[in-house]
Design a protein around this ligand. Structure first.
Ligand SMILES: [Fe+2]
Ligand SMILES: [Fe+2]
Length: 167
């Protein structure tokens, strides 16, 4: 089917976004600091929104279901990223202090910039409906802008961390 790989790429990115959301939701649930909880929920929220858009793009190409293990075949950095995120989830589950949770978040600090690269893999150029094509292109750009913001937010946590947690 034409465009199938584009759909699979979008589907893999949807899986990644949902995984990121799960990591941040879990971190928000476990962390006691209310300010950090709010920041994690902010990123989790955006990631769920991104996942929804990517799901729609995948659907435009006829892809509604995909085994995450197949993503290595369709995306460059995607598969390693998934492993990193699954690992982060396990570590947060085991975390005992806010500091433990922050250490895990610091370990996935580069994920946001990786996502910007991955967003550029998502192509909608051959969608026959012009309005959808234009709108999805814009939305992909906005998702990229969100990732840049997320990275800035994460960075500011660690600036803040100097006076807030690591007292
Ligand atoms: Fe995202
Ligand atoms: Fe993000």
């Amino acid at each position: 089917m034409k465009g199938m790989n584009k759909g699979k790429v979008a589907k893999c990115h949807e899986i990644n976004e949902n995984l990121i959301a799960e990591v941040y939701e879990l971190a928000a649930q476990k962390i006691s600091d209310p300010l950090l909880k709010g920041i994690f929920l902010f990123i989790a929220h955006d990631s769920r929104k991104h996942a929804e858009i990517l799901k729609d793009i995948a659907k435009e190409y006829g892809v509604t279901d995909l085994n995450p293990n197949d993503c290595a075949k369709f995306t460059g950095a995607g598969y390693g990223l998934m492993g990193l995120l699954v690992d982060a989830k396990t570590k947060i589950q085991k975390a005992e202090t806010d500091k433990d949770i922050l250490d895990v978040i610091q370990g996935i600090e580069t994920v946001e910039s990786t996502l910007v690269e991955l967003d550029r893999e998502i192509l909608v150029d051959d969608l026959p409906d012009e309005e959808k094509r234009i709108m999805y292109k814009k939305l992909i750009t906005y998702i990229e802008e969100d990732e840049v913001r997320h990275e800035k937010i994460i960075r500011s946590i660690f600036d803040m961390n100097n006076w807030r947690i690591r007292k």
